[in-house]
Design a protein around this ligand. Structure first.
Ligand SMILES: [Cu+2]
Length: 222
């Protein structure tokens, strides 16, 4: 702390804070609440994202294929104004118990389960951003997602919002309402990959998440 933080009596915001309230707190809050409420109403009414959003594609469901090539659950992808909502539903014992990294990879191909799902390629937009990691100041990739926790027994499920992608085939440029969104259903599709261990959201290139153990492929409809 240096000279920049030195208190100045001429700072108007500081004067406002120390001025004693001549009215009760409740009475003071009433006009503020009315202004905030009016502002919320007008924001909702004027936001194109709330009023006019047309999904880039209809919702899609894909099997989640495990390392043995059998279905271990399903992934439902729904396009929305702020990203793609992904609901994951797993059968009992679908994954080893514990945390698992989840990413969107650049190719909709889960056919090579015996080879560790290498056909799904790297993370979406790996080359467009400097680094991987949701907690990395120089990241993230569009395909980076929060971790998932697999329970020791019984079915389990999760929902994730992938904010940097669209379920359509065209890239959505950045605008006043949202940042750039990469297409999942471009020519070679995309895949949701689940890794053996957790993603630390920082380490290159995949957060130390380890092997690919499950995969759900999305490909454009013929
Ligand atoms: Cu990955």
């Amino acid at each position: 702390m240096g000279k920049a933080t030195k208190k100045s009596p001429s700072n108007p915001s500081e004067v406002n804070i120390v001025t004693p309230l001549s009215q009760t707190k409740e009475a003071a809050m009433r006009p503020i609440a009315a202004v905030v409420f009016a502002a919320l109403l007008s924001a909702c009414a004027s936001s194109p994202a709330h009023r006019d959003y047309t999904p880039a594609a209809a919702p899609r469901t894909a099997w989640i294929v495990g390392a043995e090539g059998a279905a271990v659950g399903q992934a439902i992808f729904t396009d929305g104004p702020h990203g793609v909502l992904i609901r994951l539903e797993f059968l009992p014992n679908a994954l080893p118990p514990g945390w698992h990294g989840v990413h969107l990879h650049g190719r909709g191909d889960c056919s090579d389960f015996a080879a560790g799902f290498q056909a799904s390629g790297g993370h979406i937009d790996m080359r467009q951003h400097a680094e991987h990691g949701l907690m990395n100041p120089r990241g993230p990739d569009a395909g980076d997602l929060p971790n998932l926790f697999a329970t020791p027994a019984g079915p389990f499920a999760a929902e994730l919002l992938a904010r940097s992608v669209t379920l359509g085939g065209e890239r959505i440029p950045a605008s006043a309402n949202q940042h750039e969104r990469a297409p999942l259903l471009d020519a070679d599709g995309a895949a949701l990959l689940i890794h053996a261990g957790p993603d630390d959201h920082m380490t290159q290139p995949i957060g130390g998440a380890g092997a690919r153990i499950a995969c759900a492929a999305l490909t454009p409809l013929p």
